[in-house]
Design a protein around this ligand. Structure first.
Ligand code: NDP
Length: 293
């Protein structure tokens, strides 16, 4: 293996420690305790794991954590009423509604109901639009994590050629905007793109956010490129268990790339850490305090 492994676990731990320091400072100097409210509807097993991890890490950073568990058959009006209450609650600076929601609920309506100032998932159209316009915004956590991981390798992304494979509102699109803000030159690929290997060939930075196990192969990658794998896919094994793999064929790509994130232990580690960053930023903005370091 020639590539440097970008250790998301270590970088996320450093980020959480920096957030905890800032939280202590904001509490001490301004008597503000950043608070995150997480709303979980139903009992999707994966969502429960994510919500638990968010709760634990929020508390570890000495922020206030508020959990709201609602039954899968909750009426949309009741969920909207809870969001309205959280919007008004001065102890809550960040509101996250865990996705996916049950099909009986209209996701767009729910997201639009969140106060954009408390939208720490960065999915409200106000934040998406502000990000696209190059204005200050709360940005989605996974793309933020991708940028921090990339900057652990390259201090500046200016002038670099980047390709983002995937154009979802959650990952691909906001990642493109964040890369533009860093002055990278960005190609956006998706399911209708032609000749992906050729599109990747000139990229210094490759981001795979597709949801297709090990799709990105070694012969797509420019030698020395930095490869950030967002994908989380479970491959069934013969013994009935599953193995977690990304969208990148890690073993072979690591022979060509200059740096690469593993799955697990890469981007996934950064998402919750960036949620803490966004909650701290939201708290500072709401209280008119300077943006945290
Ligand atoms: P979506 O399914 O919403 O989007 C997938 C994107 O990939 C779409 O834009 C789609 O194109 C594109 N795509 C699908 N097939 C191909 C193909 N053959 N070639 C090129 N592009 C293709 O997924 P998400 O963005 O939500 O998530 C992507 C991956 O990242 C998933 O594995 C998910 O589990 C993981 N993830 C990981 C997170 C983490 O914390 N590490 C957080 C969020 C997601 P089109 O638009 O044309 O349909």
């Amino acid at each position: 293996m020639t590539a440097r492994i970008i250790d998301g676990k270590v970088i996320a731990a450093e980020l959480r420690a920096r957030v905890a320091e800032e939280v202590a400072r904001v509490k001490g100097e301004h008597q503000v305790t950043p608070g995150l409210a997480v709303v979980l509807v139903g009992n999707d097993a994966a969502s429960e794991v994510y919500v638990r991890s968010k709760h634990t890490q929020t508390q570890a950073a000495a922020m206030a954590s508020f959990e709201h568990k609602l039954p899968a058959d909750v009426a949309q009006a009741d969920l909207l009423a809870l969001i309205a209450k959280l919007n008004r609650d001065p102890a809550v600076h960040g509101i996250l509604v865990q996705l996916p929601l049950p099909k009986s609920l209209h996701t767009e309506t729910i997201i639009n109901a969140i106060d954009p100032a408390k939208d720490v998932d960065g999915l409200h159209p106000n934040n998406a639009g502000r990000l696209a316009g190059g204005f200050a915004a709360l940005s989605p956590c996974t793309p933020l994590g991708c940028i921090i991981l990339t900057k652990s390798v390259h201090a500046s992304l200016e002038g670099m050629n980047a390709i983002v494979i995937g154009r979802s509102n959650l990952v691909g699109r906001p990642l493109v905007q964040l890369l533009l803000n860093e002055n990278a030159t960005v190609t956006i690929a998706h399911s209708r793109s032609k000749d992906l290997p050729q599109l990747c060939a000139g990229a210094d930075l490759v981001y795979a956010a597709v949801g297709k196990p090990e799709m990105v192969r070694a012969d797509w990658i420019k030698p020395g490129a930095t490869v950030i794998d967002v994908g989380i896919n479970r491959l069934p094994l013969a013994d009935g268990k599953t193995r977690l793999v990304g969208d990148v064929a890690f073993k072979e790509v690591a022979e060509v790339a200059g740096a690469i994130t593993p799955v697990p232990g890469g981007v996934g580690q950064m998402t919750v850490a960036c949620l803490l960053v966004n909650t701290l930023r939201a708290a500072c903005a709401i209280h008119g305090l300077p943006k945290p370091a």
